[in-house]
Design a protein around this ligand. Structure first.
Ligand code: HEM
Length: 455
């Protein structure tokens, strides 16, 4: 019953009472089926392969490895640039990652029509807009052209270099205000909670025209929903993620209605008010805005947190940057390279072909370890060394490559530079003062808690 929406046009025909009751009664069964097809099968598989010692299984399953993935990356690298694993093929090579990410022989989508009948039934039965996350179609992250091109064109205007540069005063003002509040507190604080998470969520809220007052809700929902990027999520965490997704979709629905009535000068108002020939369906609109909102803060928080920890353990470099702030651009690139906020992505071969001298058949999944490619000794000298003055740090693939290259890369860099530079200016004596706690995630890499002493 979904219809394309123009400004002010009705969106979906509401279900009748009987349909609503049936949908509610079926909800728990649909949640179980959804989890089973999206995570349950992968979870059994990964568990088994982790037990058998498979490096990818261990990487995705073992919490100790999650905190220190780089040793497993080196184990894989020693086997070759593109190697078989429990999840299909996997690459740690910068050259192979770049080739695959840029190649039109690989895509992010997969042919659902070719799946076994039971899977197709499960996908259909479990399909529900309000339970759909950013790693599922029609999120642009996981759709191929021509849909990808259509979604990307609609949002990229808001992220041109010029549009991003015009955003610098907002980022600076936001950082200043957050640090003013910390100035009053001094002592020991959790820097993720008070700063690293707050800056990106406030900036993206401003850019998308969503109310900053809801930021604690966004952060809570985002933290739970981010787990859906990881394969093989346990049932309990999936249920928590789904609850967060439902709350987010409900918020977005109201927000779109408000903007249809009272459009403002922001990206989301433009998206809900597109002329009929360009208009997004309700589902596409939800997917696009949810991705922008989530990607806008769930990743940059990790850049800021990882940066503070790396510079705390390389104190001389923090002090050099405090003395000469012109080095911050390079420092942010080196943080992105050395401890990449998005560690993993993947592609599926659309046609038979050869990569790195290896036959890759259509339908083969290739896991691309971005964090490992960014430590490839073929590209980066002495790659485990953290060096903010490294000449080619910017050659990293932390923002991916090819048609899915991060739309928000410029904004993330701006937030990284302004966020870290301003922190160092205001608190040059800042030190990590307790044990930082990593987020319990594999695809995203960052800290959940980061105790610091403000000085
Ligand atoms: C340090 C911060 C960030 C990192 C490391 C990062 C990383 C990435 C990566 C690796 C991808 C592509 C994944 C793939 O190829 O499969 C991506 C895509 C994307 N990012 Fe970011 N991102 C960051 C910040 C942002 C921000 C601030 C936004 C703002 C809205 C954003 C919006 C997006 C969107 C919309 C996509 C999908 C692009 C597409 O599929 O065409 N990201 N990001």
């Amino acid at each position: 019953m979904e219809t394309t929406t123009g400004a002010g046009a009705p969106t979906t025909a509401g279900p009748g009472a009987a349909e609503r009751i049936a949908a509610t009664a079926l909800r728990p069964a649909r949640t179980v089926v959804r989890w089973g097809v999206r995570h349950g099968l992968a979870s059994v598989f990964l568990e088994r392969s982790a037990r058998s010692g498979d490096p990818v299984g261990r990487l995705l399953r073992n919490p100790a490895v999650r905190d220190h993935p780089y040793e497993v990356h080196e184990e894989l690298r020693a086997r070759g640039p593109l190697v078989g694993s429990s999840l299909g093929l996997v690459t740690t090579s910068h050259a192979v990652a770049s080739e695959i990410l840029r190649s039109d022989r690989f895509g992010v989508g997969w042919d659902r029509g070719a799946a076994p009948r039971l899977i197709r039934w499960a996908l259909r039965f479990g399909d529900e807009l309000d339970a759909t996350g950013v790693a599922e179609p029609p999120s642009m992250l996981v759709v191929d052209p021509p849909d990808h091109t259509r979604f990307r064109r609609l949002v990229s205007r808001a992220f041109t270099p010029r549009a991003t540069a015009a955003f610098e005063p907002v980022v600076q003002r936001t950082a200043d205000a957050l640090l003013d509040a910390l100035e009053m507190r001094r002592g020991t604080v959790d820097l993720v909670e008070t700063y690293a998470a707050q800056l990106p969520v406030l900036v993206i809220a401003d850019l998308l025209g969503v109310p900053a007052a809801r930021r604690e809700d966004f952060l809570r929902w985002g933290a739970a929903a981010a787990a859906t990027l990881d394969p093989g999520l346990p049932f309990r965490r999936y249920v928590a993620a789904e609850r967060a997704l439902r709350a987010m979709h409900a918020f977005l629905r109201e927000h779109f209605e408000r903007l249809r009535r009272e459009p403002a000068d922001d990206l989301v108002s433009r998206l809900v008010g597109l002329p009929d020939e360009e208009a997004l369906t309700e589902r596409e609109l939800h997917a696009t805005v949810m991705l922008l909102l989530g990607a806008g803060f769930e990743t940059t928080v990790n850049l800021l947190g990882n940066g503070v920890v790396l510079l705390d353990t390389h104190r001389d470099q923090w002090e050099a940057l405090a003395a000469d702030p012109s080095g911050w651009d390079g420092a942010v690139e080196e943080v992105l390279r050395h401890d990449s906020p998005v560690q993993i992505t993947g592609r599926t071969a659309k046609a038979d072909g050869e990569v790195a001298g290896r036959e890759v058949r259509a339908g083969t999944r290739v896991t691309v370890l971005l964090g490992a490619a960014n430590r490839d000794p073929e590209v980066f000298d002495d790659p485990t060394r953290f060096d903010v003055a490294r000449g080619n740090a910017r050659d990293h693939v932390a923002f991916s490559a090819g048609i899915h290259y991060c739309v928000g890369a410029g904004l993330a860099r701006l937030e990284g530079v302004v966020g870290l530079r301003t922190l160092a200016e205001r608190f040059p004596g800042l030190r990590v003062s307790g044990r930082p706690v990593r987020r319990d995630l594999q695809t995203l890499r960052g800290f959940e808690h980061l105790p610091v002493a403000l000085r």
